[in-house]
Design a protein around this ligand. Structure first.
Ligand code: UDP
Ligand code: MG
Length: 307
């Protein structure tokens, strides 16, 4: 098998057929030995039926169905784990990642790269999301220990070596684009214009925030460091403050009467403590998730894939 395409989908009934047609042309150009693995992440619409129909006419189209919605990242990893290709490409089902770009990625990979990832040149989302993304990527890069390519998402082409490493990782909370960068090897970006979603609605902001948190926390301990740092600053300030009070009291007989200063200090320190606890809690929750060792996803049905 030369190339596998991994396509996670959640309620994309109107997009799957047009995607299949465009992707088929592209894969045929690369090699007749290809497969498309569609992962149904608990869709509630007719998406699954669409794929089953396509599979009847084209046995290179395969389906993995989850028992419920497990999330975009889990779906990608199920696809990777079941792929057979020497090369594996991951793309969204809503045609935001134009399949034709895979040809360019494939060409680029032949120059000796194990990973070619897409870099979005123009985002066609609304301005609010664009700003959020920008801020997030800057934040991610400034705190993470590994260099993360800016503005790159899941759309990419990976060598089998990298795919095997990713699927063998024991962690459960898999943040795909971060882990992909983390594996190392020769990686390169390829500029592409990200299209508008073909049909249907995009992910909710809540889902994006969850992903963003995973990205920030799974590649850095800096948020914890910031907590310790804030703690030290406030302890130092408190120490200086106490010293000043003592000196004023002992040598100048001035007692500071001030409800306002007391209450504002208490509130400020209280706030910082809560934020700090929150950050610790975020990591703790992730540790808890990992130690429970529940599977990343549950497969209800596989079509065209032997175990
Ligand atoms: N998706 C998924 N599970 C989910 C949500 C989304 O597999 O719970 C898929 C979706 O069908 C699409 C891709 O992940 O193929 C990206 O989702 P979406 O377009 O909603 O997000 P955005 O493009 O805004 O990042
Ligand atoms: Mg999309």
């Amino acid at each position: 098998m030369e190339i596998s395409a991994v396509i996670p989908f959640f309620n994309e009934e109107e997009n799957l057929m047009p995607l299949y047609k465009r992707l088929k042309k592209v894969l045929n150009k690369i090699s007749p030995y290809h497969e498309m693995i569609f992962i149904n992440d608990g869709s509630e619409d007719k998406s699954e039926i669409v794929i089953k129909k396509i599979n009847k006419n084209d046995n290179k189209v395969k389906l993995i169905s989850f028992s419920r919605n497990f999330g975009h990242m889990a779906a990608i990893h199920a696809g990777l784990a079941n792929s057979k290709g020497k090369w594996v490409t991951v793309l969204d089902a809503d045609l935001q990642d134009p399949p034709e770009v895979i040809l360019k990625m494939f060409k680029k990979a032949q120059e000796g790269f194990e990973v070619v990832y897409g870099i979005k040149t123009k985002r066609k989302e609304d301005i609010f999301r664009r700003i959020l993304f920008k801020v997030y990527y800057i934040l991610l890069n400034s705190i993470s220990y590994y260099k993360m390519p800016l503005d790159s998402g899941t759309f990419s082409l990976l060598n089998r070596k990298v795919v095997d490493i990713l699927t063998e990782m024991p962690e459960r909370n898999k943040y795909f684009s971060g882990l992909r960068a983390w594996t190392g090897f020769r990686q390169t970006g390829l500029l592409y214009e990200r299209d508008k979603r073909y049909k249907g609605k995009p992910a909710s902001l809540r889902r994006l925030f969850n992903l963003a948190f995973d990205g920030l926390l799974s590649f850095s301990y800096i948020p914890l460091r910031i907590s310790s740092f804030l703690g030290m600053i406030f302890a130092a300030l408190a120490f200086i403050f106490i010293l000043i009070i003592f000196i004023l009291r002992l040598f100048f007989q001035i007692g500071i009467i001030g409800w306002a200063s007391t209450i504002s200090t208490v509130l400020l320190i209280g706030g910082v403590q809560l934020i700090t606890l929150g950050i610790i809690g975020e990591y703790l929750a992730r540790i808890y998730e990992e130690v429970k060792k529940r599977p990343e996803y549950i497969i209800k049905e596989k079509i065209g894939i032997k175990n």
